[in-house]
Design a protein around this ligand. Sequence first.
Ligand code: FES
Length: 318
Amino acid sequence: MSLLQASVQQMRLEADGVVSVELRPTDGGEFPPFDAGAHIDLHLANGLVRNYSLLNSSTERHRYVIGVLRDRATRGGSRYVHETLRVGATLPISAPRNNFPLHEGAEHSVLIAGGIGVTPILSMGRRLRELGGSFELIYFARSRASAAFLNELQALGAQITTHFDDEAGGPPDLRALLEAHRPHAGLHLYACGPAPLLDAFERHAAEFGHTNAHIERFAAVEQKPAEGARATYVVHLAKTGRTLQVTPGTSLLDQLLESGVQVDHSCCEGVCGTCQTSVLEGTPDHRDSILTAKERASGKLMMVCVSGCKSEWLVLDL
Ligand code: FES
């Protein structure tokens, strides 16, 4: 995958610990188009690659805008953005990729943001407003001061429910908020935020029969090998005709790269979707945090950075 060259046009403090970064093409032209919910990878000068959701309107081609929370548990990506990245710097970025697509024809959409999970939700809200779609917003944050882009959400003109833990004296009652919506085919619910919020969202959406419930995770959910997963297996590469063996302690991605097979990758944790690969034969052991239950069951796709294999061999479209 070829990278785009971007320069930092503007950085702004949006809330406690959150900066927005506006990127422009270095050649003054246009970036590739994106759909609401998409993210890009930043290739930082410290060698880290980190993905961030785009928060601006998907009609814009002259810029990409992201929001970055300074994460205390950072492995260096958000610290680099906050402390080192500055206006005028140039950096390579990936083209947008979307694991969290908006169903634009929905009768009604409920957009739920927790903390910095507001970024793709903001872009989705902007898109729905542009389309004249029916939608509402729910925004949870630890405090009002840490709630980035609250004004932008309010400016969308949709009904908005906010919950600030410090003012409310505790966490929100997500169950009650989901129970208040009658499930039907035209209703789509989206959530992005920290893992406990998304876990609760998935649990309560299933409890109330919300079948159109979509999430995007920023952090991987650790998934252990399934029962029957093989420690050693053979991989045939259909396009190149090569055969590799994956042995214990090595990921499929590592084995492919060590063998000189070019596979795009970024997070290496099963959350960004960059390494998604088509499976032609065999049974993957899915350990990613992206694929839907239907996609997993089809066995046609896998994230080679984290997933394994339950059959003796896999045939990949590489
Ligand atoms: Fe991100 Fe595999 S590299 S999902």
